[in-house]
Design a protein around this ligand. Structure first.
Ligand code: ZN
Length: 303
């Protein structure tokens, strides 16, 4: 059977030949200083919108830091105005349609029809990667400045510690697009349940001071202290024994899982994809016709 006659039988869809223009060759920078690996999100022009190019590069960088015996602690930080504006929903480097060399046991999303396409892709690049990064056997610290929005929260939340500057803010506005929250639904563990509901229902910015007050982040420091503070904390952790660190991390993560964190995230991922499918059916687009501009406008209104 030729390729032309197979798709219907195999329930495949034509691949979309997307016009992708990457503005950065290195969307994640990697540097090791004094036993600390610094992984820097590097799409400053688009406020570190997360395309697949960036997420696969980040996975590579995490793997490199894990493999390097000289690295005791991993810091995730960002270049540019914001930590991350979230998933890429409309920059010229948006590569939703592009097939990727996969890391987890998922099939190619790019030639699958409709809801299956987003489901297969997000199983790997959002849900799968986040679970994999949360389990990294070395301490991780998110160094957050300014906006940490939607998918940006996912990157901060999978880290063990979050240290933010006083100008940082946290926001998940995706209910506007019909979703119960971003793909990695840690909201009700990172916040208490009542605050998680407020955070989701209103979709408003939460200040670093408020995030600190409710225990979602470890420290808030003035913006010009952020790098030094993170470096000092990382270097103190780096002096601790490697195995003790991984055991302490696993112990804490295990208790979170006994409280239902991962099973909850897996369950809500299904709801998230029901919302994608509903968007496709009702709005003809899996993210309800939204793009960077409409979300930015809606976020500004929320303040
Ligand atoms: Zn999604």
């Amino acid at each position: 059977m030729s390729e032309d006659t197979q798709p219907m039988d195999l329930e495949l869809a034509p691949r979309v030949d997307a016009d992708i223009h990457y503005e950065e060759d290195e969307p994640v920078l990697f540097e090791v200083t004094e036993h600390v690996a610094y992984l820097t999100l590097n799409r400053p022009q688009v406020y570190n919108a997360q395309n697949s190019q960036m997420l696969y590069a980040l996975d590579d960088a995490f793997a490199r830091a894990v493999d390097d015996d000289a690295v005791k602690v991993i810091v995730l930080c960002a270049n540019g105005k914001h930590f991350s504006q979230g998933h890429d929903i409309g920059t010229p480097g948006r590569d939703f349609d592009k097939a990727q060399e996969r890391r987890l046991m998922w099939y190619d999303h790019s030639n699958k029809p409709e809801a299956e396409k987003a489901f297969a892709r997000e199983q790997e690049v959002y849900l799968g990667f986040c679970k994999r990064w949360r389990a990294i056997p070395k301490p991780t610290i998110a160094q957050v400045h300014r906006g940490c929005i939607a998918g940006g929260l996912m990157l901060a939340w999978v880290c063990d510690l979050i240290i933010a500057s006083d100008d940082a803010f946290f926001q998940d506005p995706v209910l506007t697009m019909g979703f119960p929250g971003v793909e990695y639904f840690a909201h009700a563990h990172e916040l208490n349940v009542r605050l998680a509901k407020e955070f989701l229902f209103l979709g408003e910015r939460m200040s670093a001071a408020r995030a600190y007050e409710i225990g979602m982040i470890n420290r808030v420091v003035p913006r010009d202290r952020l790098e030094d503070e993170v470096r000092e904390v990382a270097s103190r952790i780096a002096k601790q024994p490697r195995l003790g660190l991984v055991l302490a991390k696993q112990a804490c993560n295990h208790i979170e899982d006994l409280q239902g964190k991962t099973t909850g995230i897996d369950a809500v991922f299904g709801m998230h994809h029901f919302a994608h499918a509903q968007n496709s059916l009702v709005k003809g687009d899996y993210i309800a016709g939204h793009n960077l501009n409409t979300m930015a406008k809606s976020n500004k209104k929320k303040g």
